[in-house]
Ligand binder design. Structure first.
Ligand code: SF4
Length: 340
């Protein structure tokens, strides 16, 4: 659960119940600073002389606001639209793409006009009838750590559970899923867990849940009947990588219920980086040991037009073969969506 050091309330946010509830929860806590702003100039309220310090202070800052533009971003290829409930994340994963995307605004922002956001989702669903419309709830965030304050996942899951023509999905590196277990999801929400070996998590994924807590949470969600998926990302090649990824998959397969109604999905993404990301990462984590030696990688243009440094082709082939064989061996009912 996210425990902020400061909370910035944007103008109008206290007109909504969720905004008021967040204020009531924190207003008497001496160690949480409450700031009310009337403009959208948030940065001046977050201390830090340089990027390094601003990142760390930003990650401890919760911004409470109402989503003004209700035009949803598209979210191809995994969904039709992003569901804009939250942006940012308390985690401090060294490789996180939010470091590039959110830049010097790494704070967590929650949108309190959840009913308006869901009403807008309904319009998008109706426009595409009789097709099914898929919404992604974690395109620019990890929504789980702020769920105790917003209940926005809860509202979204119940909303999509009632709608035959919509599906919802989100991904998390956290384990606080207990409040979601008894909801009437009707199998319309897929919860994906981003997992990795303990070596990778301990070294690069600061302030996230441990490997075993994520596995435990995924088992709870599976037992609650949610369609379940795993994002194994980023995959790193290091001594013993095969043993450790095998151990991770084995631990999962031994604990998952055997009578799942839907296949367990897997998305496997090998480590990659852009030059822009590398620059930012090295400012925020100057001691980072992320393998980012350009000479050892292959430079490849991605579908969005910018180049990335990916593992060499023979490494990617080895990763593909390893994961496809392991998953096939260990999970009876599986669907490997892609290995890249
Ligand atoms: Fe980024 Fe996910 Fe880590 Fe949060 S948990 S910092 S969204 S990679």
């Amino acid at each position: 659960m996210f425990v902020p050091k400061r909370i910035i309330f944007e103008k109008d946010s206290l007109d909504y119940d969720t905004g008021k509830e967040i204020l009531n929860k924190f207003k008497d806590k001496d160690d949480v600073e409450i700031i009310n702003v009337t403009s959208n100039k948030l940065k001046q309220h977050i201390p830090g002389e340089d990027f390094y310090a601003q990142y760390r202070e930003g990650k401890k800052t919760l911004v409470v606001g109402a989503k003004k533009s209700l035009k949803f971003q598209s979210c191809k290829p995994s969904a039709h639209y992003q569901l804009p409930l939250i942006s940012g994340c308390m985690g401090q994963c060294e490789y996180c793409y939010l470091n590039t995307k959110l830049g010097d605004k790494p704070f967590v922002k929650v949108h309190v006009n959840i009913d308006e956001i869901l009403a807008q989702a309904k319009k998008y669903i109706d426009e595409r009838l009789p097709e099914i419309t898929i919404f992604e709830g974690a395109a620019t965030s990890d929504p789980i750590p702020v769920e105790p304050y917003t209940h926005s996942l809860e509202k979204a899951i119940v909303f999509f559970g009632k709608n035959q023509n919509a599906r919802f999905r989100f991904v998390t590196k956290y384990n606080d899923v207990d409040t979601l277990l008894d909801l009437e999801h009707n199998g319309h929400t897929e919860i994906r867990f981003s997992i990795n070996t303990s070596s990778v998590i301990d070294k690069y994924e600061h302030a996230t849940a441990s490997r075993d807590l994520r596995i435990e949470a995924s088992i709870k969600a599976a037992k609650a009947g949610y369609p379940i998926g795993f994002l194994v990302a980023p995959v790193f090649l290091y001594p013993n990588w095969k043993e450790e990824y095998h151990d991770l998959l084995l631990s999962l397969s031994s604990k998952l219920p055997k009578d799942l109604k839907t296949p367990v999905t897997f998305e496997i993404i090998s480590h990659r980086y852009t030059s822009t990301a590398k620059n930012i990462i090295l400012q925020v984590f100057p001691e980072s040991e992320l393998p980012m030696n350009d000479e050892e990688r292959k430079f490849k243009y991605g579908q969005f037009g910018y180049g990335k440094y990916v593992y060499q082709k023979e490494n990617i082939d080895e990763i593909k073969q390893f994961f496809i064989e392991e998953i096939e061996k260990l999970f009876e009912n599986n669907e490997v969506k892609y290995v890249i």
